[in-house]
Ligand binder design. Structure first.
Ligand SMILES: *[C@@H]1O[C@H](CO)[C@@H](O)[C@H](O)[C@H]1NC(C)=O
Length: 382
């Protein structure tokens, strides 16, 4: 991959009264705040929506490679994804990342049966911005490059999450500082891939903007984000994502949204509150890491989530202990039965690569051969 330093320093007009501190926003479409950085900092162009005060004259240590781009339309290999699309859905995807793209057998199945990829780890905060203001996009770019050159949709995952979060973020304990940190991270990451993924008319891209922010009883999980900013961090994150990529579908995502339970109801209530204030949350993702016989509540969960008034819902990280045909068909039919359900993403192709490998929860066995559940799903989609 060719490396290209893409720093453009914005001419700073000396008309502002107060200077912008390190990592603060100093420019971009719609920006009304200060445009002059503190001494020793340079207002550095990151994308049309965001310029940031970075150390030195060249923008600190941020390394920028050219983001991938494509004119490739989405393609389907004729397998599972194609069958699901024939039923009116938008994708059946899988998680993947650079390591999994080095396995030829895995890649062959991704091409034949899956229409979307979600980075398993490469777009998490610690992978992208382990050091403040210093971005490492290599592995994320590898996945995006693969997806665009193979015509696969992408679900960006994930912008704000309490886990796989660098310690430097957790240590920011003031509201203004943490707001700026969230805005900068999202602007850099979502801005990088803005509009680069599909230059086709039915362009479709998803960002998981906030992930796993609820307790099981439906209240907000304690994290640096909720502890410092309360519920407002949700709006802050979605506003930043909307500004960074105006065409992406913006999602809230969580686990144990597997029946119409307290967590589902807490999430639905929050989505309604946030969206009452503006156009923020487009979609809700239910991960669906299920136990055996755990699929019975899936349709009720999807229906309840759709009742939040969002444009769409999706199953985002599907795996099922034991991978029984019955469980997989139940989940498939649940999505088919709920008009707002746009797609399903499996959390991996083969059992050998699964994060819960011992549960053999996926549709393909350790030799990347389709299991009984795969055939059952294909039959259910006939
Ligand atoms: C909800 O769950 C959290 C985390 O377990 C707990 O701290 C909190 O007290 C619970 N709230 C209510 C109202 O039950």
């Amino acid at each position: 991959m060719s490396k290209l330093l893409a720093f453009v320093t914005i001419a700073v007009l000396a008309r502002q009264i107060s200077a912008v501190p390190i990592y603060g926003q100093c420019g971009g479409i719609g920006h009304t705040g200060g445009t002059t950085c503190d001494s020793g900092l340079t207002c550095t162009y990151l994308n049309d929506w965001y310029s940031q005060c970075l150390p030195g004259s060249g923008g600190g240590t941020t390394t920028t490679t050219q983001p991938p781009t494509t004119t490739q339309p989405p393609t389907s290999g004729g397998g599972l994804d194609a069958k699901f699309k024939a039923k009116g859905k938008k994708f059946w995807g899988s998680c993947a990342d650079a390591g999994l793209l080095n396995k030829a057998a895995n890649v062959a199945v991704l091409k034949s049966d899956f229409g979307q990829v979600t980075p398993e780890n490469s777009m998490k905060w610690d992978a992208l911005e382990g050091t403040r203001g210093s971005f490492t996009f290599g592995n994320a770019d590898t996945l995006v490059n693969w997806a665009v050159s193979n015509g696969k949709l992408i679900r960006g995952h994930t912008l704000v999450w309490h886990s796989q979060l660098p310690g430097w973020v957790t240590s920011v304990r003031d509201k203004a500082g943490l707001t700026s940190v969230i805005q900068s991270h999202i602007s850099n990451v979502a801005g990088r891939y803005k509009g680069k993924l599909y230059a086709v008319s039915d362009f479709f891209q998803i960002w998981d903007v906030v992930n796993e922010i609820f307790n099981e009883n439906g209240t907000l999980r304690s994290s640096v984000f909720s502890d410092v900013l309360g519920e407002s961090f949700v709006q802050i994150a979605f506003a930043a994502a909307r500004a960074a990529d105006g065409t992406a579908k913006l999602y809230i995502n969580d686990y144990n949204l597997d029946s119409n339970n307290a967590k589902v109801q807490g999430l639905v209530a929050l989505v309604k509150r946030v969206n009452a204030g503006g156009n923020y949350i487009d979609g809700i993702g239910t991960q669906m890491h299920l136990e055996a016989n755990g699929a019975g509540g899936a349709q009720a969960a999807l229906t309840a989530l759709a009742s939040a008034g969002v444009q769409e819902v999706a199953i985002t990280e599907l795996d099922i202990k034991g991978a029984s045909s019955n469980d997989y068909v139940t989940v498939t039919k649940a999505c088919l039965a709920v008009p707002a359900c746009v797609g399903i993403t499996s959390w991996g192709v083969s059992d050998v690569d699964s994060w819960r490998s011992g549960n053999t929860p996926l549709l393909f066995d350790g030799n990347y051969k389709p299991k009984a559940a795969y055939n059952a799903v294909i039959s259910a989609l006939a």
